[in-house]
Design a protein around this ligand. Structure first.
Ligand code: RM4
Ligand code: MN
Ligand code: MN
Length: 422
C-alpha cells in the first residue's frame, strides 16, 4: 500500500470512530441516526447556470479562464459539482443568458444533460435586460411592453416543456426610482393581470415561484417588495403559484426563518435562492456571514418534513455569482454549507425542545438549538458520503481531479460569457 493510501485509511478510521461517538449522542437525544443519514442522502440542491460563467458588479466584470460560456459548458461544470457532492443533480437556467436563440438552443439539451447525469431545473425568464423594460415589464404603462414580457414568459414555459422542467421561476426588476414616478396601485393591477396570464399558460404539472426583493434595481420602490406581496400575487394566480425566498432579498435583521415557517404553514413556500448578504444583495456564500440564520431556517424546514402538510416539495436552489472565487470550488463549498446547516437541524433534540417550550423553560429551549448548532457534524457527513460512494471530502477531491486547470487551459482567452455583469 502506498503511503497516501495508508493516510486515507487512518483518516477514514478516525471519522468513522468520531461518527460512532456522535451517533451515541444523537441516539441519546432520541434521534434515529439511520433516518438522519437517509435524509442527508436524499437532500437535493440545484445550482445555477449563471454561477459558472463570468460575473461582476455594475463596475465591471472580472474574467476567469475557466469560466463557462455556453450552456453545454455550464452543464458540464454543474455535473462536476454533482459528481463530487452527490446532491446537486439539477441546473437552473436563465433563458436569455443560456438560450440566446430561444427554444432552438435547447432541442438536444436533455440528452446532453443525461450524458452528464444531470437535468435542467428551474426556468428563469429574463424581463429585465431589454431596453423596452426601462420603465417596467409587467407593470409598464404600455400594454405592448406588458405583452412582450408575458410573451417571453410564455416562451419560457415552452422551453420548460422541451427540457423537462416543472418550475417557472420569476423575478422582476420592476420598480421606480423617484417618488411620484408611478402609481403603486395601477402597477399592482397590471402585475396581477400579467401574472395571471402567465399562470394560465402553464401546463398542469408546472408550478410558478415568485421572488420578492425590497430594493434594487429600483431605488425608491420595487413592485414585489416582500414575501407578503409575493404571497398575495400567488393567491390571485392559483394553487400552483408559490413564494420564492431569496435569502439576500431582505433588510438586515429581518427574521427569515419566521417568514419560512409562516409560508410553510400557508402551504405557499415554493423554494429558496440560497446566498448570504452582509449589506445588500451581495451574493456571498450561503452560511458564510450568518450560519446561525441558515441553521434556524433549516430548523423550520426539518420540522415541516417531520409533519408534512400540503406544501409541495420545496425547490432548494443556489443563486450566487462568484466574482473572485474559483467558480466550481465556490459551488462545492456552498453545497457543503447547506448540507451542514441541514445536518445540524436534524440534530436538534425535538422532544426536549417541545417539553421546554411547554414548561416555559426558555433557557433549556434555546440550549436545544445551540447544542445542535454547535455539534460537529463533519464525521456524519463524511460517513454519509462514503455510503453514497463519493469522496468524503468533495472540495479536496475536486481540486485533486485537475478539472479546473484543464478547462482553464482549454477555455482561456475567449470572449464572452453570460451572466450578471457580462
Ligand atoms: C436578482 C434575483 C434573481 C436573479 C437576478 C439575476 O437579484 O436574485 O433571482 O435571477 O438577480
Ligand atoms: Mn434570486
Ligand atoms: Mn438577487
Amino acid at each position: 500500500m502506498k503511503p497516501t493510501d495508508e493516510r486515507i485509511v487512518i483518516m477514514a478510521d478516525k471519522y468513522r470512530a468520531e461518527f460512532e461517538l456522535l451517533a451515541e449522542r444523537l441516539e441519546a437525544r432520541g434521534l434515529d441516526v439511520n433516518k438522519i443519514k437517509q435524509r442527508l442522502r436524499d437532500q437535493k440542491i440545484e445550482t445555477p447556470s449563471w454561477g459558472y460563467s463570468n460575473a461582476g458588479t455594475r463596475f465591471g466584470t472580472f474574467r476567469q479562464d475557466g469560466a463557462a460560456v455556453s450552456i453545454e459548458e455550464k452543464v458540464a461544470d454543474a455535473a462536476q459539482v454533482h459528481k463530487f457532492t452527490g446532491v446537486a443533480p439539477t441546473v437552473a437556467v436563465h433563458v436569455l443568458w443560456d438560450f440566446p436563440n430561444g427554444i432552438d438552443d435547447c432541442r438536444n439539451l436533455t440528452s446532453y444533460c443525461d450524458s452528464f447525469g444531470v437535468k435542467i431545473g428551474a426556468i428563469n425568464p429574463n424581463v429585465f435586460q431589454n431596453q423596452v423594460y426601462a420603465f417596467g415589464s409587467i407593470t409598464s404603462e404600455e400594454p405592448a411592453v406588458r405583452q412582450k414580457a408575458i410573451g417571453h414568459m410564455i416562451d419560457s414555459i415552452g422551453i420548460g416543456k422541451v427540457v423537462g422542467s416543472d418550475v417557472l421561476s420569476l423575478w422582476f426588476a420592476d420598480g421606480t426610482d423617484y417618488p411620484g414616478q408611478g402609481d403603486f396601485r395601477r402597477r399592482k393591477h397590471y402585475a396581477t393581470e400579467s401574472l395571471q396570464a402567465v399562470y394560465n399558460a402553464m401546463p398542469a404539472d408546472m408550478r410558478m415561484v415568485i421572488e420578492y426583493k425590497p430594493f434594487e434595481p429600483g431605488f425608491y420602490h420595487t413592485d414585489i417588495a416582500d414575501w407578503g406581496m409575493s404571497y398575495s400575487f400567488c393567491r390571485k394566480c392559483g394553487d400552483r403559484a408559490f413564494v420564492l425566498v431569496d435569502l439576500g432579498h431582505h433588510f438586515n435583521g429581518q427574521n427569515i426563518e419566521h417568514i419560512v415557517a409562516f409560508l410553510l404553514d400557508e402551504e405557499r413556500l415554493g423554494g429558496f435562492h440560497f446566498n448570504n448578504h452582509k449589506y445588500a444583495d451581495d451574493d456571498l456564500t450561503v452560511g458564510s456571514i450568518n450560519p446561525y440564520e441558515l441553521f434556524l431556517i433549516y430548523n423550520e424546514l426539518a420540522k415541516a418534513e417531520d409533519a408534512p402538510n400540503g406544501n409541495p416539495e420545496v425547490a432548494y436552489m443556489v443563486d450566487q455569482c462568484h466574482i473572485a472565487k474559483s467558480k466550481i470550488d465556490a459551488m462545492i463549498q456552498t453545497i457543503e454549507h447547506i448540507q451542514g446547516a441541514y445536518a445540524k437541524a436534524l440534530c436538534i433534540d425535538r422532544r426536549k425542545l417541545h417539553e421546554a417550550q411547554l414548561a416555559k423553560d426558555i433557557v433549556s429551549a434555546e440550549v436545544c438549538m445551540t447544542e445542535a448548532f454547535n455539534t460537529d457534524i463533519s464525521p456524519l457527513l463524511k460517513v454519509v458520503r462514503e455510503e453514497m460512494g463519493i469522496d468524503p471530502n468533495p472540495l479536496e477531491a475536486f481540486r485533486a481531479s485537475g478539472y479546473w486547470a484543464k478547462v482553464s487551459k482549454e477555455r482561456a482567452g475567449r470572449k464572452g460569457g453570460g451572466g450578471v455583469g457580462a
